[in-house]
Design a protein around this ligand. Structure first.
Ligand code: M6R
Length: 610
């Protein structure tokens, strides 16, 4: 949510910053801007719209500056327009700042500053911070001190990068609650919201923690707390490759990520399966083995797609390990004084590892004494660092705003946890072996499924003009239906609801007529017959049935207008396979409607505000 880049070094900053913004655009894309310090003063360009709009403004300018900051915005305070776009300057024009997060006490600060004669151009909380820093700079004549004092005073969250025109060899970066890292090159440094903007220049990065700042000069940097205590930070290495954040010939990142899933599902289990023993090995959980053995209840907390995978996880873990599992929206968990009992295990799931609601939930759980583990994709992210132990998805960077490969990998990892907890309890070695075998067969099944997807294109063509969709499934397929509906709404803007198939008759059945496409996940499992009854109910009301069915099930054609076949697997792994055609259906409908699939309106890849 909002992408920040800052550069200090010897290269032309404008092009480094622009490249960085393009890499970070998935974090927010309603406006973009840049500040370059040149000959003692700032050159500022900012514009509503995507980074490409800002880029086109560069044609009329030539910049030689080697110090600058840039921002791609997801609006919180103030509508997306040129004035509200970042960077923001103070009244003297000496301070320029980009900000990600929310300054909660901005209105009282603003009133105070206005009383002292300061003016504001925008409606943003971020400009208040810039003006506040400027006022302190005016008072003390010390840039670093001004930033520190301002940050000690503000409430809320920030990731900021700030420059002062009086000091052309200094860039200050600081964070509380919003991610910020910096790359360490040879005489050059790049600050960014995430590693994707840095990897092109260096693999060495420093992760800032909350209430830490870096004062960066061309000949080195110091890191300290906002309270001015020096700290030594470890330099880490970025693990992914540059090509993993490029489209690799696909029209969209989302399509690339859908087609990567045979590999990413495999990568999520690589080195973790012990087929001969019917067990799994999760090295990242070693520090909490004792707590896993003693766990009496599990609470899984997450948002969005990760919350859907958590629901699948609930069914899997309860079935394999017979431990009660509750799934909580992270945004609710935090604010309702939840009961945490001794021997509760809290699992946070997050692709980005930066979701503010999920972060707040794990802090709440830790504070109440729970053992907290993470299932996270982004290595080194805040949730990964703040949990006691965890398992990485190893799905590689997910750039498309709509989550795809993370979902399937999350279910794989939850299955691994289910098997591990089950084998610590009553799950037999024989059952463990067959589960492990089945998991191992999934990548080949996904590959096979992705070989021919033409029927999905035809279905997309037939239903692209519909205004509403229903997605129905039972058992493990109910959360999969929720996920199918979420994919369609977020990238096509078509209204879609996911529902437990049998629950439909308690209300949503009123919506069904010949204009309602209903996607049923109707795979061969123990409740297949029941799902067929639900299909009959829809069919009797002339709903248009699109069935996701098991290969070889010819009889389903009796009711379904369209059938998408998926390979057979055991019920708990069906969501992994069923998700993929639903992702493709949403994708093709969105493309046919001319939507910006990778950057759907109003969304951002990682939601770093509560
Ligand atoms: O990074 P996280 O998994 O914590 O993100 C949670 C949600 O914001 C995310 O899944 C969101 O719902 C996606 N747009 C879904 O496609």
């Amino acid at each position: 949510m909002c992408g920040i880049v800052g550069y200090i070094g010897n290269l032309q900053a404008a092009s480094v910053l622009l490249n960085g913004l393009k890499r970070l655009e998935y974090r927010g894309y309603d406006s973009a801007g840049i500040s370059l310090l040149e000959y003692g003063k700032f050159e500022n360009l900012k514009k509503v719209g995507k980074v490409s709009v800002l880029e086109s403004m560069f044609d009329e300018h030539e910049f030689n500056s080697t110090l600058g900051i840039a921002h791609t915005r997801w609006a919180t305070h103030g509508e997306p327009n040129d004035v509200n776009a970042h960077p923001h300057q103070d009244n003297s024009g000496k301070i320029s700042l980009v900000h990600n997060g929310i300054i909660e006490n901005y209105s009282s600060l603003k009133a105070q500053l206005m009383k002292s004669g300061y003016n504001f151009l925008s409606e943003t909380d971020s400009e208040v911070l810039a003006v506040f820093i400027g006022s302190l700079y005016e008072k003390f004549g010390d840039f670093e001190k001004a930033v520190r004092l301002a940050l000690m005073e503000v409430r809320g969250t920030f990731g900021i990068t700030v420059l002062c025109s009086d000091d052309p060899d200094c860039l200050i970066a600081a964070r509380r609650g919003s991610p910020l890292i910096f790359g360490v090159g040879d005489g050059e440094y790049i600050v960014a919201s995430d590693a994707s903007a840095i990897i092109q220049y260096t693999r060495s990065v420093v992760y800032l923690n909350d209430n830490e700042m870096a004062v960066i000069r061309r000949n080195g940097y110091t890191t300290k707390t906002i309270q001015n205590e020096e700290i030594i930070k470890q330099v880490n290495q970025i693990e992914f490759e540059l090509e993993s954040i490029e489209k690799g010939g696909f029209e969209h990142f989302m399509l690339k990520e859908i087609f990567e899933q045979a590999k990413t599902v495999k990568d999520s289990m690589r080195g973790r399966l012990l087929p001969d023993e019917g067990k799994v090995r999760l090295g990242g959980l070693l520090p909490v083995m004792e707590q896993l053995r003693n766990a009496k209840r599990i609470i899984i907390t997450a948002c969005g797609t990760s919350w859907h995978s958590a629901l699948v996880g609930e069914y899997i873990i309860e079935s394999l390990a017979q431990i009660p599992v509750e799934v909580e929206y992270a945004s609710e968990f935090r604010y309702r004084n939840p009961v945490i009992l001794p021997n509760d295990l809290v699992i946070a799931i997050s692709q980005s590892g930066e979701t503010a609601d999920t972060l707040a939930a794990i802090r709440e759980a830790s504070q109440k004494g729970a053992t907290v583990i993470g299932i996270v994709n982004v290595v080194g992210s805040t949730i990964a660092r703040e949990t006691q132990a965890g398992i990485y998805l190893h799905a590689g960077p997910e750039i498309g705003v709509a989550s795809t490969k993370a979902f399937t990998s999350q279910i794989v990892v939850l299955s691994l946890i289910g098997i591990m907890l089950g084998r610590m309890r009553n799950l037999s070695a024989t059952d463990g072996k067959s589960l492990v075998r089945e998991l191992m067969s999934l990548p080949e099944k996904i590959d096979r499924m992705l070989e021919n997807t033409s029927s999905i294109l035809q279905i997309a063509e037939s239903y692209k003009k519909n205004k509403n969709f229903l997605y129905l499934g039972r058992g493990y397929n109910f959360p999969a239906a929720l996920e199918g509906a979420l994919k369609l709404k977020e990238i096509s803007y078509i209204h879609a609801e996911g529902y437990p198939a049998a629950e439909m008759k308690h209300g949503p059945i009123a919506l069904i007529d010949e204009n309602m496409p209903v996607v049923f996940i109707a795979t061969k499992d123990e409740i297949y017959e029941k799902v067929i009854s639900n299909i009959e109910e829809v069919s009797a009301r002339r709903g248009k049935i699109i069935a996701i069915a098991t290969e070889g099930d010819e009889s389903i054609k009796k009711w379904a207008k369209h059938v998408i076949y998926i390979p057979e697997t055991i019920p708990m792994f069906i969501p992994i396979l069923a998700a993929i055609p639903m992702q493709l259906l949403a994708y093709h409908i969105a493309v046919k409607l001319g939507r910006d699939v990778d950057k759907p309106r109003n969304l951002a890849k990682s939601v770093t505000v509560e």
